[in-house]
Design a protein around this ligand. Sequence first.
Ligand code: ZN
Length: 366
Amino acid sequence: MTTRVFRSPGAYVQGRNVLDDIGDHAKSLGDTALVLGDEVVLDIVGERIEASLEAAGFDVDRVLFDGECSEREIDRVVDRHTDHDADLIVGAGGGKAIDTARATRERTDGALVSLPTVASTDAPTSSVAVIYTEGGEFVEFHVYERHPDLVLIDTDVVTNAPTRLFRSGIGDALATWFEADAVFQSGATTLFEARSTRTARQIANLAYTTLREHGRSAVDAVERDAVTESVEAVVEANTLLSGLGFESGGLAAAHAIHNGLTQLEVTHDATHGEKVTIGTIAQLVLEGREDAFVEDVVEFAASVGLPTTLAEIGLEEPSHEDLAVVAEAACAEDETIHNEPFAVTPDDVRDALIGADAIGRRLDRR
Ligand SMILES: [Zn+2]
């Protein structure tokens, strides 16, 4: 296949206090807006979003998010959207509220503003939503036709959120270059079922170099609630660069291994980005990268406070059976691990996890 596809959100706005300018940036998207977020998020940012939208002439309604991106919740929000005759929905908060807004927009055909209040994953810029049952079990990974019309991220808000979420975003973004590069080399397809582009590959690479150049000082600053240029650089890497990079560049072993790890209940306290970090290190081992190269990535991950051993994501002394369960799931037929430029078996994955863990443990003892 030779068709190459690159897609992206309509606009991306990032900076300190940009929350207060949402009305100006969203002006062309309609005149009736529905704001969706949970109670905690709307307590922090709700009034500022609404004031800015109203100042720009929007008629604004708000709906409290119930915490799960489920079919029932999407139906409820769609009803509110229809009742209010909204032409714009603002999804504010973490991934689940934004995903619910994304699904609502798809069914109402209005505009979408994605407003992440944390920089914990690269999902906010994407066209992807993860749907769960009301009880929180995974149902499906859905790729929508359209992207957010606007992604708006206030670095002051992000910096005041828990530092662990910011570190997790670095973990998610750390995978992007290695996965996009594997996909580019193998000629596998991306999330858009097309070949990658040189553009997506370079964006993924820039995500990686930005993290390496600014990651440590950004985490130091976020721990003290300070917005520095390094924080701005890493928020952009975690959100925009990694978001464009994973969708248009494609996923490979790291996220497949993450998905495998979610099979084990004990890893559920670890965040997406924390488990992805283990997946990234295992991918490098799987690819047979040189010791010095893997150790350099492991040391960087540890330096920004990300896990580098299985114990750190809840897997103290995992049995061979546990790792086999992870490896089998990671190698499921439709998994992105098969985008690597070589064939991968469950045995390879299990042993790559053991090898990655051994490196993490050795460097930990040093
Ligand atoms: Zn991810």
